[in-house]
Design a protein around this ligand. Structure first.
Ligand code: FBP
Length: 553
């Protein structure tokens, strides 16, 4: 297969390994843990994997018997959306297993958790692994969104694990996949199946983090790619001075990606969903907020700017949430009746059926968005929020407000827009040095957790704003991160999702500067990720992480 010069050079990159993971390694057990909330319920649901201690690996100095020196067969699964660095988790895991014993084997289950259930797998040989070191994507074994949540699937999986003599399974996924990994770990212990299950924190969304998991892998690289693109757009818009760019950024519910990109690029406006919810802002208030910035800049001859919009915004606007709930409910019971109505009449029909307040909100929406709210539904009958073109919605509504203000003599500028949605552009980028190193260390640590007989743990690497030498490697019991939440009508144990904290340093830093960014042109142009060169250019962690750890940016 033809490779680019960068691909060839990058293949030779040796990820930095924390010194604690080099040579002979010993395991140090820390304090026993508790779940973050609902301790009694979680303990009852996880009698075998609850309350386990925190784990840390340290250099042993002398040979230690803690590592299992017999060959270990392990399996690995990539679960959910792609995130840069997945291949390095697998190569770190592979190298770790081989360091334990040269005859250890690693099997990859294909296309996500479904590969385990359907017995689709390959053995990952050194030749295969070498092809994928430091590359983006999950294509080494593929990924999928099948949920491992029922005992029939666990038993089917167990058959193939036993057949391949696999001792441990590593599940690389987000909060839901790691929750399911923990349920699986508990199930296999309760069954005395002899299979350990270890998780790894993945997602570009950055919402799987807590005291012990500093960040989910992929967030760093994805944000750097989006920030490069935003920077390029800002240079374009500052050159042509004729467009306002509305840029939606992936990230599902949480606004971490939008916030990080704002910190990196200093756009004119960035909306943070968590703030919208906290302040109970209406759609009209958000539109007016943007329009005011446009009007201010227009008055000063600056008819251009950038607006960053988090993917999940619409769900956080209280009146939109209420509208979507009523639409979901109504269409669940009248789907056929609605489908039979002429497309041109559907909007008026819906307005006639909704309660007065919701009808008013629905009628105020641009045609395209109103249609999306009634058409695209997921298998549970809910609106697929990620498909709603919020960037167009806001661009159109700001345009309408400015036109109104123009009539009233309150606005004198020109308003032309371009819309963008960045998500897939960043999910498979070649991992930054941070993600390449972080992921390799996560995978290597997973091999040590396996060798030490652990199950129900997530591989953890901390202290990552320091040099990689000093990173702390260990394991965190997954139950420690859990609480009970309502999911599909029933209370379930789940890993708590981390949304943007309005009292956290990243948001406060942004909030303290945004008024100036809105009026002036303070753009920063981060440029593309650099893989070779000075450490201050190549090895910087995300601004979010630096600020969270009390560092300056
Ligand atoms: P994960 O939570 O599985 O890592 O997925 C992240 C994500 O990229 C979200 O930001 C986005 O909303 C979603 O996946 C898109 O999903 P799909 O790949 O199925 O289109």
């Amino acid at each position: 297969m033809k490779k680019s010069p960068l691909q060839i050079a990058r293949a030779a990159y040796q990820p930095k390994l924390p010194k604690a993971l080099k040579g002979q390694v010993k395991l140090v057990e820390g304090e026993k843990t508790q779940s973050v909330a609902d301790q009694n319920e979680i303990q009852k649901l996880f009698p075998n994997t609850y309350g386990m201690p925190l784990l840390k690996f340290e250099t042993a100095g002398v040979s230690t018997s803690l590592n299992d020196h017999r060959p270990i067969n392990a399996g690995v699964i990539l679960s959910g959306g792609q995130a840069p660095g997945g291949h390095n988790v697998i190569s770190g895991l592979f190298d770790g297993l081989k360091a334990i014993h040269k005859d250890s084997k690693l099997y990859g289950f294909l296309m996500g958790p479904g590969g385990l259930v359907d017995h689709n797998y390959i053995e990952l040989t050194a030749e295969i692994i070498d092809e994928y070191r430091n590359t983006g994507g999950f294509d080494i074994i593929g990924s999928g969104r099948t949920k491992l949540e029922d005992p029939e699937q666990y038993d089917k999986g167990l058959k193939i694990l036993k057949k391949l003599d696999i001792k441990a399974l590593v599940i690389i996924g987000g909060d839901d996949s790691n929750t399911n990994a923990c349920v699986l770990a508990e199930y296999y212990v309760a069954k005395n199946a002899g299979i350990q299950v270890i998780g790894c924190p993945k997602t570009i969304d950055g919402d799987l983090k807590n005291e012990m998991i500093e960040t989910s892998f992929g967030f760093d690289t994805a944000c750097k790619v989006y920030s490069e693109l935003i920077g390029n757009i800002q240079r374009d818009c500052n050159s042509a001075r004729k467009y306002w760019h509305f840029i939606k950024l992936m990230g599902r519910s949480a606004s971490h990606i939008a916030l990080e990109c704002a910190l990196q690029t200093q756009p004119n406006i960035c909306i943070i969903s968590e703030e919208v919810e906290a302040k109970q802002q209406s759609l009209d208030e958000i539109v007016a907020y943007i329009a005011e910035a446009v009007a201010y800049r227009g008055k000063n001859g600056k008819n251009f700017g950038t607006v960053l919009i988090p993917e999940g915004l619409i769900e956080f606007i209280p009146e939109m949430r209420v509208l979507m709930d009523e639409l979901n409910d109504y269409l669940a019971h009248h789907a056929e009746e609605f489908a039979a109505i002429d497309k041109n009449e559907q909007r008026a029909y819906m307005i006639s059926k909704l309660s007065p307040k919701n009808a008013e909100v629905y009628a105020s929406l641009p045609e395209g968005v109103a249609r999306q709210l009634t058409l695209d539904r997921d298998p549970h009958g809910n609106v697929q929020v990620s498909l709603i073109e919020t960037e167009k919605l806001l661009a159109e509504m700001v345009g309408a407000k400015l036109a109104q203000w123009k009539k009233e003599g309150k606005y004198i500028g020109k308003f032309a827009t371009q819309v963008h949605f960045f998500g897939y552009e960043g999910r498979c980028a070649a991992p930054s040095n941070y993600d390449a190193d972080y992921c390799y260390a996560l995978g290597y640590t997973a091999s040590l957790l396996i060798a030490n007989g652990k199950t129900g743990y997530i591989s953890s690497i901390r202290n990552t704003t320091e040099s990689a030498e000093n990173w702390i490697a260990g394991g965190v019991p997954t139950t420690m991160m859990m609480n009970m939440e309502r999911r599909h009508g029933a209370m379930k144990p789940v890993i708590q999702k981390a949304l943007v904290r309005l009292d956290g340093a990243p948001f406060k830093t942004f909030a303290s500067q945004r008024d100036v960014w809105a009026k002036e042109t303070c753009y920063v142009y981060p440029g593309p990720i650099q893989y070779f060169g000075p450490t201050e250019v190549c090895d910087q962690p995300s601004q979010t992480l630096l600020l969270e750890q009390g560092k300056t940016i």
